[in-house]
Design a binder for this molecule. Structure first.
Ligand code: SF4
Ligand code: FES
Length: 371
């Protein structure tokens, strides 16, 4: 290990994408267009080793995600292995395919927290987005089952032009279901979602109104419901410190075992991702070139390189910088100081009503006018 690699601080969180399979078909899915196949998924024993290595590296929180992690038949064993490794374990689920009995088995195996994605506060609109009749009802039922088991619950709502006006209703839903936290997060335009960007992008007035509402809702729910919100960065001129900085706090393991600094990192050409099948997690974190590529600030160009905010936002999102400028070392165009800032304004201006491309061939559930 080089001297520099030895001084890399440990990550706090690991996102384990247990499978890319999913029973829903949301148009805003940020998973890659080419999904990894079931036959290539890591087995239980390998995930168990990865969890032990993660805990040894210093990881505290494990997020079990997908696709839909409940499609893994060994999910209870996976949770038990995470608990045995000493990790705080959060299940991120669509709730579809997870019944009360299995949730109880997960709780008994040591699951610490459940996060349920909800497409909308309106049942028909939610099922329409998920393209799955009955999905909303299953989500609400699982939320109640989680609370009854004493599991802390977070509701996660992805917002876009079609539902950003219903944030108060989403917050009310979270409170009614007994959640302790709601995450309201704007679409990440990676993977499948890119094809729907113009149709999903909210308008500036909608974002301004949403921000005012969230401030009021936070005041109203202080002490009973935590409201986290990630608004689009296309209007503010302020880039997001994506993941708290590349290779700084977290890592992602894909279903087949590739280890990524962020789940969209494979969109940046030229990065080679090491696999847990070939390397120990600590060696990947500290020594793999993909993690070193944008760690810290030395890779930066101007205006980031001399900017007083460079240790705060780390130049924004590398994947967005590449997607918009073709140069992953460029300042994220979301920043008002970026010479490419006009590109995000153009994207926001290009928002237009149009049909969504769902991530499934299942037929529509309700009136397509809702999209
Ligand atoms: Fe952040 Fe770079 Fe913009 Fe400075 S110039 S605020 S470091 S993105
Ligand atoms: Fe990859 Fe932001 S999504 S760095």
């Amino acid at each position: 290990m080089t001297g520099r690699a030895a001084t890399v601080p440990p990550p706090l969180g690991l996102l384990a994408e247990l499978t890319h399979r999913c029973p829903l078909g949301c148009p805003y899915c940020s998973n890659p267009v080419a999904l990894e196949h079931r036959a290539d998924e890591l087995d239980t024993a390998t995930w168990t080793r990865v969890f032990r290595e993660a805990a040894g590296l210093g990881v505290l929180q494990l997020h079990l995600s997908g696709g839909e992690p409940a499609l893994r038949r060994d999910l209870v064993e996976i949770v038990a292995a995470a608990r045995a490794a000493g990790l705080y374990t959060n299940l991120i689920t669509s709730a579809v395919g997870l019944d009360a009995r299995r949730l109880a088995a997960l709780a008994a195996a040591g699951l610490d927290h459940v996060q349920i994605s909800v497409q909308d506060s309106d049942r028909d609109a939610a099922d329409h987005v998920a393209r799955r009749p009955g999905a909303f009802a299953r989500k609400a039922a699982l939320a109640r089952e989680a609370v009854a088991l004493g599991l802390p619950l977070t509701l996660n709502c992805v917002i876009h032009r079609g539902n950003i006006g219903r944030i108060p209703e989403m917050v009310a839903l979270a409170a009614a279901l007994g959640a302790g936290r709601i995450e309201i997060a704007h679409v990440q335009y990676h993977g499948w979602a890119l094809a729907n960007r113009a149709a999903l992008m909210p308008r500036r007035g909608q974002v301004d109104a949403a921000e005012r509402e969230i401030a009021i809702l936070r005041d109203r729910h202080r002490g009973d419901l935590v409201i986290d919100a990630v608004m689009p960065d296309h209007f503010s001129g302020v880039p997001k410190p994506c993941l708290g900085g590349w290779g700084r706090r977290s890592l992602v393991v894909t279903p087949s075992g590739l280890v990524l600094p962020c789940h969209a990192a494979p969109t940046i050409p030229g990065l080679a991702f090491w696999s847990v099948r070939d390397h120990a997690l600590e060696s990947i974190w500290r020594e793999s070139p993909a993690f070193a590529a944008f760690r810290g600030t030395e890779w930066m160009r101007e205006p980031c390189a001399s900017c007083p905010k460079r240790e705060r936002d780390f130049g924004g999102c590398r994947c967005q910088a590449f997607a918009l400028t073709g140069d992953a070392r460029a300042t994220d165009p979301a920043c008002a100081l970026s010479p490419d800032h006009g590109l995000v304004a153009a994207l926001a201006a290009a928002a237009e009503d149009g049909p969504w491309r769902w991530r499934t061939d299942r037929p529509a559930t309700v009136d397509a006018r809702r999209s």
